[in-house]
Design a protein around this ligand. Sequence first.
Ligand code: HEC
Length: 415
Amino acid sequence: MLLRLALILLALLPLPAIPQDLAGHGGPVRALALLGDRLASAGFDQAVILWNPATGRAERVIRWHQGAVNALVTLPDGRLVSAGEDARIAIWGAGEAPEQVLEGHAEPVAGLAASPAGLASAAWDGTVRLWDLATGTARVLQGHQGNVNAVAFAGGALHSTGQDGTLRRWETDGTPVTRAEFGFPQNALLALPDGALVIAGVDGTVHLVTPDGAQRALHAGPRPVVALAASPDGRLLAVGSIGGAVNLYTLPEGRLRHRLDGPGLPVWSALFAADGLTLWTGGQDRRVRRWDARNARPLGPLAPEAEEAPLAGLDRHGAEVWRACQACHSLRPDAGPMAGPHLYQIFGRRMGSLPGYAYSERLARGDIIWTPETVADLFTRGPDVVTPGTRMPVQTVGNAEDLAALMRFLEQATR
Ligand code: HEC
């Protein structure tokens, strides 16, 4: 409960004003997953965003969960799975609605894992579930005391950990075998390619457990560890803690090689790109950032926006504020797939009226005409207040000067 409260308080801290990298979430970024050459992120803002890392554009926003989205995983067939505070698990295809919804957990789902052996979930109802996707039913695995926080498949077997500080392996008949006891609640669990497990706890310690049961401890710091990621070859390990540090260790030695140094800390999630050289982090600052895993330096904003050149000569302050919008919206009608409708000639346009864009039901109702006043109102009170049910992530433009500049800019740039 205390951890949950700490998480909520952290989520409400004020944010720096200058956006960069993948800016689109309305709250801290809790989970990341790779989907082929796309990146998926999930947030405390209840949204899942699909990014094209090559362009820095958000191509899709999924607003379906009724609470924070805590976990993402990609199935062997390439589909994305999300789960969260609303205790539901959703499997996504290309459509607006999930292809499958897995229900049964009674409390928030904290972790997911997928392997050819199946999809597994860990939840705060004290259970682990192993799902049969053909029937949508689960085998309920009981044995943990208190919240289960994480699951992982290693060496073909399902493992889990949680508040009771134990690492368990589940036999195929559903019997739990305690592989290790750590004495502190454990937050995160990760399988390495060689079948070893990495497990991290609220005491800031990371344990490596080899398939034969040998253990080694890495002390990441005094604060709870919330994020773990390993490179695809299992040679680099990223460890992020609530205090802000993200350490990079070499494996199997467990030697501290680097500490991330740059903006966007603390992080809530981390993920290596398929090349093993780029590390993605999901931050407290609501952004997804790229780092060079070889030297732990920030890689900075993604590919220069093709749209920036025509912005020369327009309101400069407003163009800065617009950077919070440009991942999802184009100013031109012909910009290709983006998560939000283009805003070309937005003023005078009826809400939800752009042909060919699949709006949420709330926007499709079309009861607002967009003017500088109504758009300013949208970002003063927030889309979640003005248009409850919209897919646009929770966000506001904090001060009147920024908002006025944004409206001047939009009037110039959307004509
Ligand atoms: C993470 C993606 C994302 C970000 C960031 C974002 N939007 Fe949106 N926006 C959307 C989506 C998705 C919709 C459509 C929502 C729906 O159908 O409910 C939308 C809808 C809108 C609309 C209504 C358009 C119409 O045709 O009715 C306006 C106006 C708008 N956004 C302006 C902005 C501005 C200004 C910003 C920056 C301050 C911004 N948005 C930031 C995703 C985003």
